[in-house]
Design a binder for this molecule. Structure first.
Ligand SMILES: *Cc1c(COP(=O)(O)O)cnc(C)c1O
Length: 389
């Protein structure tokens, strides 16, 4: 059977077609020359780029104010491109000490193996960051809002420091998103996303993004991605594109509910503390107001009294809320860092971060706020009942 060719038509589809083709045919060698020389636009082999990835890149570029961003197969491959696109053997990279778990591993295990020295410092303290710099430091990697304790980095202080010392600043903007935090306008040179989370928003596509306003660096990320094979699948891009169109609406809705839920939890029985950047009792409240304004996000952390038994009771009673270690889904999810993301740490190391057995993190979704709050309130009551009196 001969392969059939897709018919060209006059009308264009409104919804983006999914284009799974790995390879593209050209008319003749001259046409291919034109394409490689940039005289015509086309595709060759999908690891080098494909239309579904290009559309996702264009959307996120527009959100972040970047050009020529690279979409990758996961958030971690975007982190990898940012780190390896800038640093080489002999360089030093500094990172925040509460980065996403795998990013921490990349800093502490993988980069040193490649001859890139790294150190970690508290990003809420620019002076601590400064003390950790060396004359070899090329890149700093931070997250605006940390996971899961939702501490807010001193982005202005660190950006000023980086500018002054000629260090590139990369911000992983996954938690804050461009809706809350325009990373490049606030001093970042490179912005990174796990598109898997809020941007795509439905827990059915795994993708990352790395972008910058520096054309040369953007080209480096794209080439490195093609060489390292970090290319995303067209299907995931196609799913994410659909999610991206509703991102702003989802974000606003989830954030409005998060604000209400944080207040309701603070009043519920057996809740020791609620951590939310918009609350006055947040340790970085003033900085959050300065950096994020009213955009305090969809993530709420809290701590209940009691140990594992109370934690189990809370999760079991929290009806319809998935107990799952991710964030940014259309539905609310709850995670328990001591048994998931932070289980490898000793109890003492967790305690130093303020993560007890009763510590939870909520990623608020788009459900009806009153109904969601009622479910959390009954979960708090259920946990309160199992506690020894
Ligand atoms: C999830 C996450 C990542 C990694 O993204 P994946 O898409 O899971 O590879 C990186 N940074 C942050 C802040 C994240 O939450």
């Amino acid at each position: 059977m001969r392969r059939k060719t897709f018919p060209a038509g006059i009308a264009r589809p409104v919804a983006t077609p999914l284009q799974p083709s790995v390879v593209y045919a050209a008319a003749d060698p001259d046409a291919l020359d034109d394409q490689y020389k940039g005289r015509s636009q086309g595709w060759t082999y999908s690891r080098e780029g494909h239309p579904n990835a290009a559309i996702v890149a264009e959307i996120i570029d527009e959100m972040e104010g970047t050009t020529g961003g690279t979409v990758t197969g996961s958030g971690m491959s975007a982190v990898m491109l940012a780190l390896l696109g800038v640093a080489r053997a002999g360089d030093h990279v500094i990172g925040a000490d509460q980065l996403y778990g795998r990013s921490l591993r990349m800093m502490t295990e993988e980069l040193p193996r490649l001859g890139i020295e790294t150190s970690l410092a508290d990003p809420t303290d620019a002076a601590a960051f400064e003390r950790a710099l060396t004359d070899k430091t090329k890149l700093a990697l931070i997250e605006t809002v940390s996971n899961p304790t939702l501490r807010v980095a001193d982005v202005d202080g660190i950006a000023a420091l980086c500018r002054q010392r000629g260090i590139l600043l990369a911000i992983d903007n996954t938690f804050s998103t461009p809706r809350a935090f325009p990373a490049l306008d606030r001093g970042a040179d490179i912005v990174i996303h796990s598109v898997t989370k809020l941007l795509a928003g439905h827990s059915d596509a795994m993708l990352g993004y790395v972008g910058t306003r520096d054309a040369e660096l953007a080209e480096r990320f794209a080439l490195l991605g093609a060489t390292m094979g970090t290319t995303p699948s067209p299907f995931d891009c196609w799913m994410a594109e659909r999610g991206l169109y509703s991102f702003a609406l989802r974000y606003d809705r989830a954030e409005a509910t998060a604000i209400q839920l944080a207040s309701a939890l603070a009043e519920a029985p057996g809740i020791r503390r609620v951590i939310y950047p918009g609350r006055r009792d947040h340790p970085d409240h003033n900085r959050a107001a300065e950096l994020l304004g009213q955009r305090t996000g969809n993530m709420v952390s809290f701590e209940i009294d009691g140990g594992r038994d109370a934690a189990n009771a809370f999760v079991r009673a929290c009806e319809g809320v998935a107990f799952a270690p991710t964030l940014g889904d259309i539905g609310t999810t709850i995670s328990h860092p001591p048994s998931s993301s932070h289980r490898a740490l000793s109890a003492e190391a967790r305690a130093a971060l303020g993560i007890s057995e009763g510590f939870f993190r909520i990623s608020v979704g788009c459900e009806d706020a009153d109904d969601l709050i009622a479910r959390f309130r009954s979960a708090a009551e259920a946990a309160d009942r199992v506690r020894p009196t």
